[in-house]
Design a protein around this ligand. Structure first.
Ligand SMILES: Nc1ncnc2c1ncn2[C@@H]1O[C@H](COP(=O)(O)OP(=O)(O)OP(=O)(O)O)[C@@H](O)[C@H]1O
Length: 242
């Protein structure tokens, strides 16, 4: 598995810099993520992981450099067009699930589609619901589910529009170790079975080692690229950048 091949990238960052006043949150970051792969982003607090995710997902714009999703440059688009790219090409999974409590599981999963004015691809939605094991819970409210089940709903929602990339920000941060492991296994299965591309920010080496590769960020730069790292090599790399 190579993260350097020149073709078929779901996500590419070219020389991306993001500055806040005098702070270089990202400093000439270049990165290529092939379709159907799982990339973890690690690094100490304040190293630039969230900024990287925000710029890569089109939630924020780089000060300079380019971001391409599915080969299409998004960094030069205005806010309206970036919103459309996010809607159609990007899925999000957050630590806090971000489900709407008054809606059923079914309604939460399809909400982004309904906001976009479409019913989506019902055969795809059925596959997602069955693969994630949510069929028995479709009419429940989020409060009637465990944390792990709620995160599964959020993952299903992130896939509803068949996005090019799913961005996950500490997706297991609120879960116990056993449930976290299940959720990470699911994310990995979605990559292996559906060819989904996933980019996940995490502090946890045990989470990162479920990915195909990990980039370690420090002071706004990619300090290390680790293909198929173990939890032990990851822990060692992180000690090195603190
Ligand atoms: N909106 C902002 N305004 C000013 N500085 C910012 C802003 N957002 C981030 N920064 C700064 O940019 C740097 C990188 O921040 P970022 O949030 O990307 O780090 P992080 O690796 O995600 O940290 P953590 O793991 O603690 O969430 C930090 O020095 C931070 O203080």
């Amino acid at each position: 598995m190579s993260f350097q091949t020149p073709s078929n990238h779901a996500l590419e960052l070219r020389d991306v810099t993001k500055t806040y006043g005098t702070v270089h949150a990202l400093d000439r970051v270049s990165l290529q993520v092939p379709r159907g792969t799982f990339l973890a982003v690690m690094g100490p607090s304040g190293s630039g992981k969230s900024t990287l995710l925000q710029c890569a997902a089109g939630l924020d714009v780089p000060t300079s450099g380019q971001v391409l999703i599915g080969g299409r440059e998004i960094s030069g688009l205005n806010e309206t067009r970036r919103t459309l790219v996010r809607r159609d090409a990007v899925g999000f999974v957050f630590q806090s699930y971000n489900l709407l409590p008054s809606l059923s599981v079914r309604e939460n999963i399809t909400l982004p589609l309904r906001l976009a004015g479409t019913d989506g691809d019902s055969a795809w939605l059925d596959r997602v619901v069955d693969r994630i094991g949510l069929r028995p819970y479709l009419e429940r409210r989020p409060a009637e589910l465990s944390g792990g089940q709620q995160q599964r709903v959020a993952i299903a929602r992130s896939l509803a529009a068949r996005p090019e990339v799913v961005f996950a920000d500490e997706p297991t941060g609120a879960l116990d170790a056993h449930t976290a492991s299940d959720v990470l296994g699911l994310l990995r299965d979605l990559v292996d079975d559906f060819g989904q591309t996933v980019v996940m920010v995490t502090h946890d080496p045990r989470a990162a080692h479920r990915a195909h590769a990990t980039v370690v960020v420090a002071d706004g730069r990619i300090r290390e690229y680790l293909a198929a790292p173990t939890a032990e090599t990851l822990a060692g790399s992180l000690v090195g950048v603190r």
